[in-house]
Ligand binder design. Structure first.
Ligand SMILES: *Cc1c(COP(=O)(O)O)cnc(C)c1O
Length: 375
């Protein structure tokens, strides 16, 4: 970062990423692999940097959402296995093979396309099968009446020429949520996943070397689901450990600065829409961060930021590039002072709750304009 600009930046604590990796790893039984989810630029933390750390630390696998994300890592020198969780058009099978990228297979039709392309090239594409056990998103539908056809399609997909099936996985929809109903749903998803694997392997035509399903919620709440590999994302970045079991550390601190400070008399309307009116003589700071930097506009007027000597309530609508905060009674805060939007002092949940969203969305939303400063 050009230090003189000092507008807004995101500090990324690489030691905390290492710490979190090791803390999660320490919970896994011997032989259980670790896949780090680094999609969406590693939840805003910088996919290449995070992947380099995971590679150094000895993680086993990485997962991204799409081909571009996988290529960024390969071109950056990452050698470890990479799984693409989403779909890749068949036109890119050649690229997948060339860069040794593992592709998720979500249905028989896609498997047939991939097989045809790989066979035409005389090469083999490495794949993982995705099973839909109740998330109702991507994956072979295997629930209830779909069980037999689902299993038959998986076996068919695995035995096509040009495809090498290395693994099979499913995704939980409520493993991070409390309550008996959510527990029952997650365990039902898990049981179905195991039944699908058993039925497919019983045919004698296929054996899955890597069976995986534990996302962050399941890593914390369902150790029985670890199988051959765990697949956390959020947890790695220090969030989602609701029970505090792993003692994780948040890896990002979003910081902005005070551009200017003005005194307004009582009754002054502030920002677009005049949604905030001062009710006292107010020492108002203009902060160099707005929704184009990733601050959710929905949190306007509903949260505070951490500053020297206390906390500054955000006032009025958050603008594209700026927002305002009440610095009355905070004499240590001056023009140029740092303001922590979220981090150690100001929990990310303060902002995500105010915006009616989840930490995932805030982390991913920190935009390209905000330089990442690695500590
Ligand atoms: C995003 C994603 C994950 C990681 O989820 P977290 O809740 O961040 O741990 C795991 N698996 C799949 C298929 C995903 O899409």
């Amino acid at each position: 970062m050009d230090d003189l600009q000092k507008r807004s930046w995101a500090e990324i604590f690489t030691d905390s990423i290492r710490h979190n990796y090791r803390a999660i790893r320490a919970e896994l039984p011997e032989g259980c692999r670790f896949l780090g989810v680094v999609k969406a630029d590693a939840y805003g933390h910088g996919a290449l940097r995070v992947s380099q750390i995971l590679e150094e630390e000895g993680a086993d696998y990485l997962a991204v959402s799409c081909l571009d994300e996988a290529l960024e890592l390969r071109r950056g020198g990452i050698r470890m296995p990479i799984l693409i969780l989403g779909h890749t058009p068949k036109e890119y099978v050649r690229v997948l093979i060339e860069y040794d990228i593992t592709q998720t297979v979500t249905c028989l039709a896609k498997a047939l396309e991939f097989s045809e392309e790989a066979s035409r090239l005389g090469k083999t594409l490495k794949t993982h099968i995705k099973v839909d056990t109740g998330m109702s998103r991507l994956g072979f539908l295997c629930e209830g009446e779909h069980f037999e056809e689902g299993v038959a399609n998986i076996v068919a997909a695995c035995t096509l020429p040009g495809l090498e099936t290395e693994g099979i996985f499913t995704h939980f929809s409520v493993s991070d949520e409390d309550g008996n109903e959510n527990r029952a749903y997650t365990l039902k998803q898990f049981a179905l996943f195991l039944s699908v694997i058993e039925a497919a392997e019983e045919t004698g035509k296929i054996r899955f070397a890597i069976r995986h399903c534990a996302n962050s919620g399941a890593v914390v709440n369902y150790p029985e689901t670890y199988l051959d590999m765990v697949r956390p994302g959020l947890l790695l970045y220090g969030y989602g450990d609701t029970s505090g079991r792993f003692g994780l550390k948040p890896c990002m601190r979003l910081v902005t600065t005070v551009s200017t400070i003005k005194y307004y008399s009582s009754g002054t309307d502030v920002s677009y829409g005049r949604h905030y009116t001062t009710d006292k003589l107010t020492r108002m700071g203009v902060l160099a961060i707005g929704y184009a930097d990733g601050l959710p506009r929905a949190s306007s007027g509903k949260c505070s930021y951490a500053v020297a000597g206390g906390s500054a309530p955000q006032c009025g609508s958050i603008c594209m590039d700026m927002c305002m905060a009440d610095l009355t009674g905070l004499p240590e805060v001056d023009v140029g002072s740092e303001v922590e939007v979220f981090g150690e002092k100001n929990s990310i949940y303060e902002i995500s709750d105010a915006a009616g969203t989840i930490p995932y969305e805030l982390l991913c939303a920190v935009s390209k304009r905000v330089p990442r400063v690695y500590k």
